[in-house]
Design a protein. Structure first.
Lengths: 271, 314
């Protein structure tokens, strides 16, 4: 909504909006304070003192490193799979009209529209029916499935804005299909794919609900955190890990925002 | 002046031949592009989903604890038992309350961002909603565990403000109360509200952006008080966005099993019931029947939302 004049917002509205934003951000900021607290037995506030020693303790924890490595590995593979599948699907849906087009878009969105627990338990019972043992690959299978939609949303939006005449012009000028893809299509959708890939990575890196069903004995970083949440063993280490996770997920989101800023599509609208 | 031939000779090489083939038969290219994603989603996702739903028509033998692979509606009948019905009602009521509260908290933010934020502030508001939306779910839940803890910041703040009596009065209430905030429905509600709030703000803001400013001005020119303008102009136009947002808050609350496990009473929500039945109990048919509940509820919800035009606002 755009008013022609420069209006001032009414005071109650400003206060309500500011309070809402504070509600959204204060809890996350609190994580940063707790990462430095000297208290290690409870969640006492205010912190009795500040220290950076928990960073060193966390750094020397092999279980944290293992969980982190597994998370990065799973997120990278899932993102790669999602990039290929999402782009193919987006290209097909946006370039041509065919029978069942709506069904395809629904199929892509479904894994994220239905509650994660349904995806999780469905995969788990399918794995046990097919007697597939749990491994890194079963986690990837689940993650890639719901990451496709993020890449797809970003790519579809960009394809919609890319004029089809560019492709025709390239063909008219004698480029074959692959050259057109390499020199015309890819540069046009590149940043959208990068943004979609980063969001897919962030989504996979953070996923816990589906993962609890498909992980078996392995722990990704969110699974590790969940165990600490249910049965706290070393609170200070959890505090530090939580803070690092916040920082690590913020960076791709900021990057994705700047990459798609001039676009018509909100980068994360499909989460 | 020599004209180029209108029809070029065929390209040589495998790549050239392929490229020509795709150009001549666009259907072939389409088919090749669609096959990998459709196979992946169709086999892995839909396949397991149908396998799960099929199992809800089996039942479990009460004595041996083994699954009987015969078609029956017995498992669905079990959903209607008082204890299971309780779980469903509890979850749906919680989802409804969370959705209403999220709408109330989200509206001022979305309205301010849509109507009054310009330029830099617009980007600021967008990021201010995006960052909490995308930051780690578990970290957000963890942050609330810190806040709601007995020795945590909320109790400290209330003590400083001499309002501890208010909290105690609230906690002594039936249903919403409990031993402490982290072990009460109030706590569960707060965490749900916090975690899903951004999902309400984004579509609501998108809908409000599309309300023409001159409609609001015309309404006030015609003598409507701000409340009347809100009631008769802004709210009806923002409704599709509100419904779109409520799809997220409602669906996400229905399926969540981690938040009520970490913050809340020991009474189960649908997600926890599913988890418990498929895990230690090994009662996959009942777990599968439980997952049908959110699917059916969301089916009706989406059907109603579509009639209100909510999908254009997503």
């Amino acid at each position: 909504m755009r008013a022609d004049r420069n209006e001032r917002a009414p005071l109650p509205l400003t206060i309500a909006a500011a309070a809402g934003l504070l509600f959204l951000h204060l809890p996350i900021l609190l994580i940063f304070v707790y990462a430095f607290t000297t208290e290690d037995k409870s969640y006492a506030w205010p912190p009795p003192g500040f220290t950076t020693k928990w960073f060193a303790v966390t750094w020397n924890r092999p279980d944290v490193w293992e969980a982190l490595t597994l998370s990065v590995k799973v997120a990278s593979i899932s993102t790669a799979v999602a990039l290929v599948l999402g782009t193919l699907c987006a290209a097909a849906v946006s370039r041509t009209k065919f029978f069942g087009r709506e069904t395809i878009s629904l199929l892509v969105i479904l894994p994220i529209a239905l509650p994660g627990i349904i995806t999780g338990i469905a995969l788990r019972s399918a794995f046990s029916l097919a007697e597939i043992p749990f491994s890194t690959w079963t986690i990837v299978l689940g993650h890639a499935t719901f990451c496709v939609v993020v890449v797809y949303n970003n790519a579809v939006a960009r394809f919609r804005r890319t004029s089809a005449s560019l492709i025709e012009a390239s063909m008219d000028l004698g480029a074959d299909g692959f050259q057109t893809f390499r020199y015309v299509i890819l540069p046009n959708i590149g940043t959208a794919l990068l943004a979609g890939g980063m969001l897919a990575f962030a989504l996979s890196f953070d996923e816990v609900i589906v993962t609890t069903f498909t992980a078996g004995q392995q722990a990704t970083l969110p699974i590790w955190m969940l165990e600490e949440l249910v049965r706290p063993r070393q609170r200070p280490v959890t505090n530090v890990v939580a803070m690092v996770v916040v920082i690590v997920t913020f960076l791709p989101i900021l990057a994705a925002f700047y990459l798609t800023r001039d676009g018509d599509q909100i980068a994360g609208a499909g989460k | 002046m020599s004209a180029n031939p209108a029809i070029l000779p065929r390209r040589g090489g495998v790549a050239g031949a392929l490229s020509d083939a795709f150009w001549r038969h666009p259907g072939l290219l389409l088919f090749l592009m669609l096959t990998p994603p459709v196979l992946w989603l169709g086999i892995i996702y839909l396949g397991s989903l149908f396998a799960l739903l099929a199992q809800s028509f089996f039942s479990i033998d009460e004595f041996s604890g083994l699954v009987q692979y015969e078609f029956t509606l017995k498992t669905y009948g079990e959903l209607l038992r008082a204890q299971n019905l309780d779980v469903i009602v509890r979850t749906v009521v919680m989802a409804a309350i969370v959705t209403l509260a999220a709408a109330a908290v989200a509206f001022p933010i979305a309205y301010f961002a849509a109507r009054y934020a310009k330029g830099k502030w617009k980007a600021f508001f967008y990021l201010a909603v995006m960052l909490p939306l995308w930051s780690s779910y578990l970290v957000k839940v963890y942050a609330w565990k810190l806040i709601l803890a007995k020795e945590g910041i909320l109790n400290w703040l209330l003590a400083k403000l001499h309002l501890t009596w208010l909290l105690e009065a609230w906690l002594s209430l039936p249903i919403v109360g409990g031993n402490s905030l982290s072990f009460s429905y109030t706590g569960t509600f707060l965490v749900f509200l916090y975690v899903w709030l951004p999902f309400m703000i984004l579509p609501l803001q998108a809908a409000l952006e599309r309300v023409p400013g001159n409609l609001v001005e015309a309404s006030s020119d015609l003598g409507a008080a701000p409340a009347t303008t809100f009631r008769h102009v802004i709210f009806p136009l923002a409704l599709p966005g509100l419904v779109a947002g409520s799809i997220f808050t409602f669906s996400l609350t229905l399926g969540d099993y981690i938040i009520p496990q970490i913050v809340g009473t020991s009474r189960l929500f649908i997600g926890q019931a599913v988890y418990a039945h498929q895990g230690t109990a090994g009662n996959i048919p009942l777990a599968a029947a439980f997952t049908v509940v959110p699917i059916v509820v969301m089916g009706f919800y989406l059907w109603g939302a579509k009639r209100l035009g909510a999908f254009d606002a997503m």
